[in-house]
Design a protein around this ligand. Structure first.
Ligand code: MF3
Ligand code: CO
Ligand code: CO
Length: 266
C-alpha cells in the first residue's frame, strides 16, 4: 500500500481527532500524582473519551498481527518502560516519570499523541532525559516540509539524542496515520539525512522518539506488550501527529495544555 495523501476534508477530520487526543492528556494531567494507579489514569481517560468526547480509544482490543489484544484504553509507561505499558494496579510514587500515550478515533480518523509526566519531583537525570527527548521530537518535526526526506527526520533526532549521550530505540517508530492507526510510512527515529521517502503535502504521520538514558536494546515483558530497556535505564517518549503542509508542517495534536515548542524552533 502506498502512502495516502489526505484530502482537505480528511485533514479537517484529522485536526479534530488530533485535538481530541491532546485534550485527553489535558484532562488526565492533574491526576498524575503520587498515589494514583495507572489503572485509575486509564479509567479517567476512558470515561472522558467515551462519555464526554464520543471518541473510541484506539488501543482497546487493538491486536496487530502477532499480538494479543491490548486490554486497556491508553498506554502508561513508567521509568525504564519504553512504551506500550499496560495500565493496572501499579501505584505511582514520587520521582517516577510516566509516558501517557493516547490514541482516539473520531469520525473514523485517528489522533495519536503522548507526553511525559513527572510524579512529584524528578531527579536531575530524569528531568534532563525528558527535556532532551522533547527536543528530539521537535528536531524531527522541524525537518518536516515538502521535499525533505524521512531520513532527515530520523537523522536529526538521532544526532541530537546521541550528542547528549543517549540512545534511540530502533524497534519502534513513528507511522502514517489516518483511517488506520498504523499505516505507511514508517518514520524511523534514526537514519541518514537525504535518504528515504520524500515528503509530500497531505501526508500525515507521527513522530514519537523513544530515547534511553543508557543503551538502546529493549525487551518485551511476558504480558506480550510492555517494552522495557534491557539495561533498566530510564526511557522517555513524546509524540505528536503532524501533517506535511504546503510550506512546512502542521502539528495536529494541539490542545490548550500542549507544551510550546523549544526555543530553537523558528
Ligand atoms: N499509541 C501507540 C503509538 O504511538 C501505539 C499503542 S498500540 C497499543 O503508536 F495497542 F499498545 F495501544
Ligand atoms: Co503513534
Ligand atoms: Co501513540
Amino acid at each position: 500500500m502506498p502512502v495516502s495523501l489526505k484530502t482537505e476534508e480528511e485533514i479537517t477530520h484529522m485536526r479534530v481527532a488530533g485535538r481530541l487526543a491532546a485534550e485527553v492528556l489535558d484532562h488526565v494531567a492533574p491526576h498524575v500524582r503520587p498515589g494514583v494507579t495507572t489503572g485509575r489514569l486509564n479509567d479517567l481517560c476512558h470515561d472522558y473519551m467515551v462519555g464526554v468526547q464520543g471518541t473510541i480509544p484506539a488501543p482497546l482490543n487493538y491486536a496487530p498481527p502477532g499480538y494479543k489484544p491490548f486490554p486497556k484504553s491508553i498506554c502508561t509507561s513508567v521509568n525504564h518502560q519504553v512504551c506500550h505499558g499496560i495500565p493496572g494496579d501499579r501505584v505511582l510514587k514520587p520521582g517516577d516519570i510516566v509516558n501517557i500515550d493516547v490514541t482516539v478515533i473520531k469520525d473514523a480518523y485517528h489522533g495519536d499523541c503522548s507526553r511525559m509526566f513527572f510524579v512529584g519531583e524528578p531527579s536531575i537525570q530524569a528531568r534532563r532525559l525528558v527535556e532532551v527527548t522533547y527536543e528530539c521530537m521537535w528536531h524531527g518535526i522541524a525537518q518536516v516540509r515538502p521535499g525533505t526526506h524521512l531520513g532527515d527526520i530520523g537523522g536529526a533526532i538521532q544526532q541530537y539524542a546521541e550528542r547528549h549521550g543517549y540512545s534511540v530505540v530502533r524497534e519502534f517508530c513513528g507511522h502514517g496515520i489516518g483511517r488506520k492507526f498504523h499505516e505507511e510510512p514508517q518514520v524511523l527515529h534514526y537514519g541518514r539525512p537525504g535518504t528515504g521517502m520524500v515528503l509530500e503535502p497531505g501526508m500525515t504521520f507521527t513522530i514519537e522518539p523513544m530515547i534511553n538514558a543508557g543503551k538502546a536494546p529493549i525487551r518485551e515483558l511476558a504480558d506480550g506488550w510492555t517494552i522495557v530497556t534491557k539495561d533498566h535505564s530510564l526511557s522517555a517518549q513524546w509524540e505528536h501527529t503532524v501533517l506535511v503542509s504546503g510550506s512546512g508542517y502542521e502539528v495536529m495534536t494541539l490542545s490548550a495544555g500542549t507544551q510550546p515548542p523549544p526555543a530553537f524552533v523558528p
